[in-house]
Ligand binder design. Structure first.
Ligand SMILES: *Cc1c(COP(=O)(O)O)cnc(C)c1O
Length: 385
């Protein structure tokens, strides 16, 4: 089976992890701050906080922006459940908004309409809006940012798919148009630390809060304490935090992977362009492209045209039977039983429902060869005939 995604681990990656295993610190050593600095420099954001998953990064990002009971977080339903779950951890409500039909990204136009509508009716406005850069393609962040100034909400970019991507010639994660951006380093994503995530920001206060929350709310900085330290052993817990720390093994792997990030994204774009060319005559919608936006191409998701008379389930199962490990990203979160009564989604969102019905992710990863890709294309062509 050709999988839809797969990590790329080099000998250098392995050696970097082994060096940590032979060193003094397996966790809370020098590799984590080194990895944080490397990611913040790569993205052009001032601060970075490494954690044990993107889910944890979302949680501490939302908390540091004071999301709590009585608040609403608005996001796209075409995402992994973690984007929404982290808001529920904070006791907030989630409202799902409809998406763009071609990209599956949050529709900024629709966001504008919902905001205007709620303001004019005196209904609640979001505390945080979370654009998800689906498949690695950045949302139109400049327009989201303009709305955030008008309506007073914070913006967290869920860039779990998008490290190495660009928007307006700037790396995703620069936080030019957001308060915080988060990344995932799960093995299927663009680069990996096994499990792992990161939050980047230009705001020192938010960075400090996230730092505190990732490790029990404990500080060793005298300036943050309520009294002067009682001695060298002294620390204070000044907030309720968690153990969301990344290990040094993970950070060393991340540092080593980050050296190849542009190669990873370059290879993914090369294969995506090749898919675009070779699928051009099939009755499928190709992944959306946007001016001045470089997708990191975590996913290559096509949409099966209704005119084929073949539904997505048929295509999915036929391709799996042929050894092509296709996948679906994502079941709209409001369709999950746990969310039936919790979310503020006013029933079905038509574009999200339509996107879900048609979409299928084809294999795309660093070591996918052109031969393997040709097999995927031949299989798909046969199945759609
Ligand atoms: C993978 C993913 C997450 C969660 O990432 P973890 O590192 O597995 O916690 C969150 N949001 C999106 C869009 C994702 O794809």
């Amino acid at each position: 089976m050709i999988p839809y995604g797969k990590q790329s681990i080099s000998e250098e990656d392995i050696e970097a992890v082994v060096r940590i295993l032979r060193s003094d610190f397996l966790t809370q050593g020098p590799a984590v701050p080194a990895f944080e600095q490397a990611v913040s420099e790569y993205c052009g954001a001032r601060f970075a906080v490494a954690v044990n998953s993107a889910t944890s990064a979302l949680h501490i990002a939302y908390l540091s922006l004071n999301l709590g009971p009585g608040d609403e977080l608005w996001t796209s339903p075409i995402t992994f459940v973690a984007t929404a779950n982290a808001a529920l951890y904070c006791g907030a409500k989630v409202r799902f908004l409809d998406v763009e039909p071609d990209s599956g990204n949050l529709s900024v136009e629709n966001l504008g309409i919902r905001l205007r509508e709620n303001r004019s009716r005196g209904l609640s406005l979001p505390k945080i809006v979370v654009p998800v850069h689906l498949g690695g393609l950045s949302c139109d962040m400049e327009r989201v940012h303009a709305l955030s100034l008008e309506y007073g909400f914070s913006v967290v970019e869920d860039a779990s798919h998008a490290i190495g991507g660009r928007y307006q010639s700037t790396p995703v994660g620069s936080c030019r148009f957001s308060n915080i951006t988060i990344f995932s380093f799960h093995p299927v994503k663009v680069m990996t630390t096994g499990e792992g995530g990161m939050a980047v920001t230009n705001d020192l206060t938010l960075a400090k809060r996230m730092n505190l929350l990732r490790s029990h709310g404990i500080t060793r900085d005298p300036a943050e304490m309520t009294t002067s330290p009682e001695g060298g052993w002294y620390y204070q817990q000044i907030a309720l935090g968690f153990n969301y720390r990344m290990t040094d093994m993970q950070a060393a792997l991340g540092l080593s992977q980050l050296e190849r990030i542009d190669e990873f994204v370059g290879r993914r774009n090369y294969l995506a362009d090749r898919y675009d060319r070779l699928l051009a005559n099939l009755p499928v919608g190709l992944p959306a492209r946007r001016d001045d936006t470089l997708s990191a191409f975590h996913l290559y998701a096509i949409r099966i045209d209704e005119k084929t008379g073949k539904d997505r389930r048929y295509v999915f199962e036929a391709l799996r039977d042929l050894g092509i490990g296709v996948q679906v990203h994502y079941i709209p979160v409001y369709m999950q039983p746990y969310y039936y009564e919790l979310s503020e989604a006013a029933g079905e969102l038509p574009e999200a429902g339509q996107y879900y019905k048609a979409t299928i992710s084809l294999p795309l990863f660093h070591s996918l060869s052109e031969d393997m890709q040709d097999r995927v294309i031949a299989a798909l062509t046969g199945v759609l005939k």
